[in-house]
Structure formats: structure tokens, C-alpha cells
Design a protein. Sequence first.
Length: 125
Amino acid sequence: MITARPGRDQRGLGFVELLLTLVVVVLCGYFLMQYVGSTTKTVETFKRDRPLAGAKLVADQGTILGIGSTLRVYQAEHGQWPADKAAVLALLPSPPRFQCQGNDFEYDPGSGALRLLIADPTRCE
């Protein structure tokens, strides 16, 4: 029977190994906290700056510009503006789809002017 001599051939973690493991765990924790902190700051910046806040409203204004182009082509071909809003809608290939719920447009047959009617500005954010 073979017996191990004390102090030799014993397995386990020594003080240096334990210390190195602790240093690695502390460094990983530090870098994780730095990452979480920077991510939190980025989210707060997006919430504060809101880079896409007006995107839906801008899209609706683009829709109005597209309708206006169709009206100008109609006026150039016929020498007059469409009679009413229903006639304008009949010129379009499909009804306009506004991004902000409840938005619509107003049409002035005398001048051919269009105006975006915003139902609720808070829905456009």
C-alpha cells in the first residue's frame, strides 16, 4: 500500500492559485460593471435625445408632398385643380396611409393647397 507523504503529492489550491482566481474574478466584475454603466448611459442618452421622435410626423409630411406632386401633375394636364378632396383621393392609386394614427389632410380646391391635419401630436412620437 502506497501512502502519500505529508507535504508532497497533495492536491488542492494553494494561496497563490486562490489569489490569482480572486484577481481574475474581481477584474471580470469590474469590466462587467463598466459595460453595464456605459450601456445605461447610452439608453439614457437615447431617451433624452430621442433621435427618432419626429420620424412618423416627417413620414406623414412626405405623404402630403407625394399627394401634392400628384395634384400638380393633374393641374398641368387639366388646367385646373381637382374639385374636392374626394376627387383628390380618386387620383391616388391607394388611400394615403399616415403613420400617426388619426392624421388626415385638408385640401383647398381654389389654390390646390394641402395641409396636414394632426389629430394628436403625442401619437407622433
